[in-house]
Ligand binder design. Structure first.
Ligand code: UD1
Length: 342
């Protein structure tokens, strides 16, 4: 039987590379496109090493519709997973036009070309940021979205709406938005993981770089929040588990098991973990001492959010499997692997 092929836009990135590995493991063919705006070819090469598959790769910016059209002309795929987007909250406040331009036009191009070429299934990378500061925990897919506090968050809401409206208008087009909570960790091979450029903005890369001696001290942003230990709470989801959720979403549409042409799923563990708890677990699991201090709150941070993943558990048949300890061990193994290469 001919294998289904999946277009993976942004497939050299952190989540895209892990998802490509899981798609291959699940028996799909892929074609990966990336413009290397926040990634490089080593991720694609390492995905090839992990999978042993000769993965087709095209260096294409999804905002360049002519270049992207060539990919549609050349490859026969019926499904796409659209990761390609910019994702730094702070940067989006400084460069709103770049963020709106990049994140919206890349999705618009993928959708228009899917329509033009009669391709059917798309999974979109959304975020729990669409819930803002929720009134009630955990959040379900019915929890109301709140107005976004950054252009980045706004692009996620706008892209969800673009997808919903497109699916409603165009016969045969189906879409799933996956709302990721906080993806962390790395592949157990330690060949792929997060590759932050410059000073990491996210917690776990900052922790691993501090443990490796690249950063002097981790700042814990706030210990006076109304939470049990005073630090913010998030739902940290292992990147390999998250990758598998994409495979489940694609399979659901390919097999025609969707309940509606447009669906939304939370992808989280269902467990809230505070910053201080995470720091503590990282030290214990990896046997390292982390230099950290309490710093003022970071502007724009929400206090607490964690997922109710019941819908993904029951409908996608997907569940987060790796423990926080396994994930933090993998994050540290990846950091050490990067340092050995230097
Ligand atoms: C944010 C966005 C998320 C986006 C992600 C990508 C929200 C609610 N979430 O996640 O949608 O996909 O960025 O960049 O907008 N922290 C420290 N010290 C540090 C770094 C972080 O204490 O050096 C704390 C933060 O205050 C926060 C937690 O660690 O409480 C997680 O922070 P981070 O990893 O940046 O992710 P979010 O801000 O939750």
């Amino acid at each position: 039987m001919k294998k289904s092929r999946v277009l993976v836009s942004g497939g050299a990135g952190y989540i895209g590379s892990h998802t490509t590995v899981e798609l291959i493991a699940a028996g799909y063919d892929v074609v990966v496109v990336d413009n290397f705006s926040n990634s490089d070819m080593s991720a694609v090469e390492n995905v090839r090493r992990i999978t042993g598959a000769d993965i087709p790769f095209e260096e294409v910016d999804c905002c360049d519709r002519t270049a992207l059209r060539r990919v549609f002309e050349h490859y026969d795929f019926d499904s796409a997973i659209h990761f390609a987007a910019s994702k730094a909250v702070g940067e989006s406040i400084e460069k709103p036009l770049e963020y709106y331009g990049n994140n919206l036009s890349s999705l618009l191009n993928v959708l228009s070309l899917m329509r033009e070429f009669g391709r059917h299934n798309i999974v979109f990378s959304s975020s729990c940021t669409v819930y803002g500061e929720p009134d009630k925990q955990p959040v379900t897919e019915q929890t109301p979205r709140k107005s976004a506090t950054s252009p980045y968050g706004n692009t996620k809401q706008m892209c969800e709406d673009i997808l919903r409206d497109s699916v409603a208008a165009y016969d045969g087009l189906k879409g799933i938005a996956l709302r990721y909570f906080n993806p962390i960790g790395a592949h157990p091979s330690a060949l792929i993981g997060e590759l932050p450029r410059g000073v990491p903005q996210n917690l776990v890369p900052y922790i691993t770089q501090t443990a490796a001696g690249i950063r002097e001290c981790l700042s814990v942003f706030g210990d006076d929040y109304p939470t049990p230990d005073g630090s913010c709470i998030r739902d940290y989801i292992d990147v390999v588990d998250l990758a598998k959720a994409h495979v489940a979403a694609i399979r659901r549409m390919i097999e025609g098991k969707e309940k509606a042409p447009y669906e939304v799923f939370n992808v989280g563990t269902g467990r809230g973990v505070s910053v201080l708890e995470l720091v503590d677990r990282f030290q214990k699991v990896n046997g390292v001492k982390l230099n950290y201090r309490i710093a003022p709150r970071r502007a724009g941070d929400i206090i607490a959010i964690w997922a109710d993943p019941t819908l993904a558990n029951t409908e996608l048949g997907w569940k987060a499997e790796r423990t926080l300890d396994e994930t933090l061990a993998a994050a540290w193994a990846w950091e050490k692997h990067l340092r050995e290469k230097e």
